[in-house]
Write a protein of this length. Structure first.
Length: 442
């Protein structure tokens, strides 16, 4: 534990290095050691760091106007950001509501779905369905929707009731089936849940378009989302896609749902929306839903820092850079390179059960037995040991545990879109060497 500190740290062992500077894709600590941030923190830093354009726009906005409550004033910066997002959004998504964190945005989406049904005369629709092995945030509302057991357990009695269904995780199918013979059973599970709850009571289905850290970048089968979308339409259930991690270009398209040819009722954004420069999140929704809410007198929701002009300036500058430098297209190119390197280095490794992902979001799942996919016991903390080994070597990845019940180990790779070929080679070779060193103990 650090001494003489007033900081409330998350863990008892807070003896981590002090970060003093960042240059592009690298973080530098107080000793001068450099770390390749190959996870962009928590899959946040999509532009790299030290972008002068972002700092300039934030500085100008601070000098010009740093706060105006959205019930009292509109601001040009917020209007411009909403317009930029609408230009790239999935079909029909045209209205954007801005908050600060992903958790706030998820709760905003849940409230919005409920009010849309009320506005359309469907007052009985209030229940939410989501998925196990999902992550949507740690505030009480967002945690209620999330399906990551270890985060939920201490607060179970405080959470509101949410029905959870199995995720599209083909490596460890909850139904013991194999794709494609399974006929995508995990998608039809949503219809089962709606019918069991009563369609007249179900408000929304909330899910990550591509699973994030909890399932280490598990990509659903191609037809999964079209099935889900059709089920939602059949029963007047609003489809809420959480793209806090996978939106804003992370998958090689502006929004991950574009890969599957669907458009949700509500989309949730965060993380890369500002590239990590300032806390900024948003929900986008269709014009018809917005108009229904306005017709009933407005949205019964708010926040002190919602529609904040300074964070909006950071978001606007981020999108301008993504456009100008063609970084979304670059994600696809560098993602293919990352996959090739991972496959060559680890594809035949006896303790690598799966390498999966899309764009610049990849997961490497580790197993005790490759043939049976038997996981390492959680008590061995393989992920944590491997992460610390990588960190000592100057490579930062993101931890993923609990993929197989309470067991299961993986690491997630989600570097800035600006990562260079030589940096990809460095991170993959360091991962391979570190894996060999850590597994010598077992």
């Amino acid at each position: 534990m650090k001494q003489a500190s007033n900081v409330f740290y998350r863990h008892p062992d807070a003896s981590v290095p002090t970060a003093v500077k960042a240059e592009g894709n690298w973080i530098i600590d107080a000793s001068g050691k450099r770390y390749l941030d190959a996870s962009g923190g928590a899959i946040v830093v999509n532009l790299g760091q030290g972008r002068q354009e972002v700092a300039n726009e934030v500085y100008k906005q601070l000098l010009h106007l740093w706060y105006a409550h959205p019930t009292m004033f509109d601001t040009k910066t917020v209007e411009k950001l909403a317009k930029k997002l609408a230009d790239h959004a999935p079909e029909g998504i045209s209205r954007f509501y801005f908050m600060t964190t992903g958790s706030e945005a998820i709760e905003t989406a849940i409230k919005l779905a409920r009010q849309v049904h009320m506005a359309k005369g469907r007052e009985s629709k209030w229940q939410v369905i989501s998925r196990w092995k999902s992550y949507h945030g740690l505030s009480v509302g967002a945690l209620s929707v999330a399906g990551r057991t270890s985060f939920r357990t201490p607060y179970t009695q405080m959470l509101f009731s949410v029905e959870h269904i199995s995720p599209p995780y083909c490596l460890r199918c909850s139904y013991g089936l194999s794709y494609p013979k399974c006929d995508v059973r995990c998608a039809s599970a949503l219809e089962d849940a709606i019918l069991n709850l009563g369609p007249e009571t179900v408000s929304a289905f909330v899910a990550e378009t591509v699973s994030g850290a909890t399932l280490a970048a598990a990509v659903p089968p191609t037809e999964y989302w079209s099935r889900i979308s059709n089920i939602c339409k059949k029963y007047d259930v609003l489809l809420v896609l959480d793209e806090v991690m996978v939106g804003m270009g992370r998958t090689g398209k502006w929004f991950a749902c574009e890969h599957f040819g669907i458009s949700p009722d509500i989309i949730v954004l965060g993380k890369g929306l500002s590239g990590g420069s300032l806390p900024l999140s948003a929900i986008g929704t269709k014009e018809e839903h917005y108009q229904a809410i306005m017709a009933m007198g407005g949205f019964n929701h708010g926040g002190t820092f919602s529609h904040h002009p300074v964070t909006a300036a950071a978001g606007l500058a981020t999108i301008n850079i993504l456009e100008r430098d063609n970084l979304i297209e670059r994600v696809s190119k560098m993602g293919r390179m990352l996959k090739k390197n991972l496959d060559q280095a680890l594809g035949n490794h006896p303790n690598v059960g799966d390498i999966r992902g899309i764009g610049l979001l990849w997961g490497v799942e580790l197993v005790e037995n490759r043939e049976t996919l038997k996981p390492f016991p959680r008590g061995q903390k393989i992920t944590e040991k491997l992460w610390h080994m990588l960190f000592k070597k100057g490579v930062i990845l993101y931890k993923s545990v609990g993929l197989a019940g309470r067991d299961g180990d993986a690491l997630v790779i989600g570097p800035p879109f600006t990562i260079k070929p030589q940096e990809i080679e460095y991170l993959v070779s360091t991962l391979k060497d570190s894996l060999t060193q850590v597994l010598k103990e077992f």
